[in-house]
Design a protein around this ligand. Sequence first.
Ligand SMILES: C[S@@+](CC[C@H](N)C(=O)[O-])C[C@H]1O[C@@H](n2cnc3c(N)ncnc32)[C@H](O)[C@@H]1O
Length: 159
Amino acid sequence: MNVYIETGTYTGDTLYRANFPVKYSIEYDYNLFLYCKNRFIKDDNVTMIHGDSGEILEDLLLVTPNPAFVFLDASTSTTSVLIEELEAIMKLSGNYYTIAFDKSTIGKTGKYGEITLEFIQTLVSSVYFVVIYGGSTVMLIQKSGSERSASECSSSDSL
Ligand SMILES: C[S@@+](CC[C@H](N)C(=O)[O-])C[C@H]1O[C@@H](n2cnc3c(N)ncnc32)[C@H](O)[C@@H]1O
Protein backbone atom coordinates (compact mmCIF):
# COMPACT_ATOMS: atom_id res chain seq x y z
CA MET A 1 0.00 0.00 0.00
CA ASN A 2 1.60 3.27 -1.13
CA VAL A 3 -0.78 5.97 0.05
CA TYR A 4 -1.35 7.32 3.58
CA ILE A 5 -4.28 9.65 4.27
CA GLU A 6 -4.65 11.24 7.70
CA THR A 7 -7.33 13.50 9.16
CA GLY A 8 -6.19 15.70 12.04
CA THR A 9 -2.48 16.44 11.65
CA TYR A 10 -1.83 18.25 14.95
CA THR A 11 1.95 18.87 14.90
CA GLY A 12 2.61 16.15 12.34
CA ASP A 13 4.44 13.55 14.41
CA THR A 14 2.45 10.57 13.10
CA LEU A 15 2.56 12.02 9.59
CA TYR A 16 6.35 12.24 9.91
CA ARG A 17 6.65 8.64 11.10
CA ALA A 18 4.19 7.14 8.59
CA ASN A 19 6.35 5.12 6.25
CA PHE A 20 4.51 5.55 2.95
CA PRO A 21 5.74 6.93 -0.39
CA VAL A 22 2.74 9.28 -0.72
CA LYS A 23 1.11 11.07 2.24
CA TYR A 24 -1.83 13.48 2.66
CA SER A 25 -3.08 15.11 5.85
CA ILE A 26 -6.05 17.39 6.60
CA GLU A 27 -5.90 19.87 9.51
CA TYR A 28 -8.68 22.26 10.54
CA ASP A 29 -6.68 24.57 12.83
CA TYR A 30 -5.01 27.12 10.56
CA ASN A 31 -1.98 27.67 12.79
CA LEU A 32 -1.32 23.92 13.05
CA PHE A 33 -1.83 23.61 9.30
CA LEU A 34 0.76 26.36 8.66
CA TYR A 35 3.15 24.80 11.18
CA CYS A 36 2.94 21.42 9.42
CA LYS A 37 3.07 22.90 5.94
CA ASN A 38 6.34 24.46 6.97
CA ARG A 39 7.55 21.34 8.78
CA PHE A 40 7.12 19.22 5.63
CA ILE A 41 8.00 21.90 3.08
CA LYS A 42 10.95 19.88 1.74
CA ASP A 43 9.02 16.59 1.63
CA ASP A 44 7.63 16.34 -1.89
CA ASN A 45 5.64 13.25 -0.91
CA VAL A 46 3.60 15.12 1.74
CA THR A 47 0.51 17.19 0.88
CA MET A 48 -1.00 19.31 3.66
CA ILE A 49 -4.66 20.36 3.28
CA HIS A 50 -6.44 22.97 5.37
CA GLY A 51 -10.12 22.35 6.19
CA ASP A 52 -12.79 20.34 7.97
CA SER A 53 -12.17 16.69 7.14
CA GLY A 54 -15.84 15.90 7.79
CA GLU A 55 -16.58 18.02 4.74
CA ILE A 56 -13.55 17.53 2.47
CA LEU A 57 -12.37 13.96 3.02
CA GLU A 58 -14.66 12.64 0.28
CA ASP A 59 -13.23 15.11 -2.26
CA LEU A 60 -9.70 14.10 -1.27
CA LEU A 61 -10.49 10.39 -1.62
CA LEU A 62 -11.96 11.02 -5.06
CA VAL A 63 -8.64 12.38 -6.35
CA THR A 64 -6.17 10.11 -4.53
CA PRO A 65 -5.10 6.62 -5.61
CA ASN A 66 -6.29 3.56 -3.74
CA PRO A 67 -5.67 1.19 -2.07
CA ALA A 68 -4.80 3.58 0.74
CA PHE A 69 -4.33 3.46 4.49
CA VAL A 70 -6.65 6.01 6.12
CA PHE A 71 -6.02 7.23 9.69
CA LEU A 72 -9.10 9.09 11.00
CA ASP A 73 -7.78 11.25 13.84
CA ALA A 74 -9.65 14.57 13.50
CA SER A 75 -11.01 15.36 16.92
CA THR A 76 -11.04 17.75 19.85
CA SER A 77 -10.94 16.53 23.45
CA THR A 78 -14.74 16.05 23.36
CA THR A 79 -15.87 15.93 19.70
CA SER A 80 -15.02 14.05 16.52
CA VAL A 81 -16.04 14.06 12.85
CA LEU A 82 -15.44 10.30 12.60
CA ILE A 83 -19.04 9.55 11.58
CA GLU A 84 -19.03 12.13 8.75
CA GLU A 85 -15.70 10.68 7.59
CA LEU A 86 -16.95 7.08 7.67
CA GLU A 87 -20.12 8.08 5.81
CA ALA A 88 -17.94 9.67 3.12
CA ILE A 89 -15.80 6.52 2.87
CA MET A 90 -18.88 4.30 2.64
CA LYS A 91 -20.07 6.28 -0.40
CA LEU A 92 -16.83 5.22 -2.08
CA SER A 93 -16.95 1.60 -1.02
CA GLY A 94 -16.02 0.51 -4.54
CA ASN A 95 -12.54 1.74 -3.59
CA TYR A 96 -10.14 -0.14 -1.35
CA TYR A 97 -9.15 1.30 2.04
CA THR A 98 -7.75 0.05 5.31
CA ILE A 99 -8.92 2.40 8.07
CA ALA A 100 -7.70 3.09 11.60
CA PHE A 101 -8.86 5.36 14.39
CA ASP A 102 -8.05 5.73 18.06
CA LYS A 103 -10.35 3.90 20.46
CA SER A 104 -10.60 7.11 22.54
CA THR A 105 -12.87 8.48 19.79
CA ILE A 106 -15.59 6.17 21.13
CA GLY A 107 -17.66 8.19 23.60
CA LYS A 108 -16.93 11.56 22.05
CA THR A 109 -19.75 13.67 20.63
CA GLY A 110 -20.32 13.19 16.92
CA LYS A 111 -22.84 13.87 14.19
CA TYR A 112 -25.69 11.96 15.88
CA GLY A 113 -24.64 12.35 19.52
CA GLU A 114 -22.32 10.02 21.43
CA ILE A 115 -20.17 7.91 19.11
CA THR A 116 -20.53 4.21 19.91
CA LEU A 117 -18.73 1.16 18.58
CA GLU A 118 -22.10 -0.45 17.86
CA PHE A 119 -23.15 2.46 15.63
CA ILE A 120 -19.84 2.29 13.74
CA GLN A 121 -20.19 -1.49 13.30
CA THR A 122 -23.67 -1.04 11.85
CA LEU A 123 -22.53 1.79 9.57
CA VAL A 124 -19.60 -0.10 8.02
CA SER A 125 -20.56 -3.77 8.33
CA SER A 126 -21.46 -4.26 4.66
CA VAL A 127 -17.85 -3.52 3.71
CA TYR A 128 -15.54 -3.75 6.76
CA PHE A 129 -14.63 -6.04 9.63
CA VAL A 130 -14.10 -4.02 12.84
CA VAL A 131 -11.02 -5.17 14.76
CA ILE A 132 -9.54 -3.68 17.95
CA TYR A 133 -5.74 -3.91 18.07
CA GLY A 134 -3.65 -3.57 21.23
CA GLY A 135 -6.54 -2.08 23.14
CA SER A 136 -6.16 1.40 21.67
CA THR A 137 -6.51 1.24 17.88
CA VAL A 138 -9.67 0.30 16.01
CA MET A 139 -9.02 -1.06 12.52
CA LEU A 140 -11.58 -1.44 9.74
CA ILE A 141 -10.43 -4.18 7.39
CA GLN A 142 -12.17 -4.41 4.04
CA LYS A 143 -14.05 -7.64 3.44
CA SER A 144 -12.81 -9.67 0.50
CA GLY A 145 -14.84 -8.95 -2.66
CA SER A 146 -16.77 -6.07 -1.05
CA GLU A 147 -15.35 -3.52 -3.49
CA ARG A 148 -16.82 -5.50 -6.41
CA SER A 149 -20.22 -6.07 -4.82
CA ALA A 150 -20.43 -2.41 -3.73
CA SER A 151 -19.92 -1.26 -7.34
CA GLU A 152 -22.45 -3.78 -8.58
CA CYS A 153 -24.97 -2.44 -6.05
CA SER A 154 -24.50 1.18 -7.05
CA SER A 155 -24.71 0.47 -10.78
CA SER A 156 -27.93 -1.54 -10.42
CA ASP A 157 -29.35 1.16 -8.07
CA SER A 158 -28.97 3.74 -10.79
CA LEU A 159 -30.87 1.72 -13.42
C1 LIG B 1 -5.61 13.90 18.15
S1 LIG B 1 -5.03 15.29 17.26
C2 LIG B 1 -4.25 14.54 15.85
C3 LIG B 1 -2.94 13.88 16.20
C4 LIG B 1 -2.15 13.45 14.99
N1 LIG B 1 -2.95 12.66 14.05
C5 LIG B 1 -0.99 12.61 15.45
O1 LIG B 1 -1.13 11.37 15.50
O2 LIG B 1 0.05 13.19 15.81
C6 LIG B 1 -6.51 15.91 16.54
C7 LIG B 1 -6.30 16.99 15.50
O3 LIG B 1 -7.51 17.07 14.73
C8 LIG B 1 -7.72 18.42 14.41
N2 LIG B 1 -9.15 18.55 14.04
C9 LIG B 1 -10.23 18.65 14.86
N3 LIG B 1 -11.37 18.69 14.15
C10 LIG B 1 -11.00 18.61 12.85
C11 LIG B 1 -11.73 18.58 11.63
N4 LIG B 1 -13.08 18.65 11.62
N5 LIG B 1 -11.04 18.48 10.47
C12 LIG B 1 -9.68 18.38 10.47
N6 LIG B 1 -8.94 18.41 11.60
C13 LIG B 1 -9.60 18.51 12.77
C14 LIG B 1 -7.30 19.18 15.65
O4 LIG B 1 -7.03 20.53 15.36
C15 LIG B 1 -6.04 18.38 16.06
O5 LIG B 1 -4.90 18.94 15.49
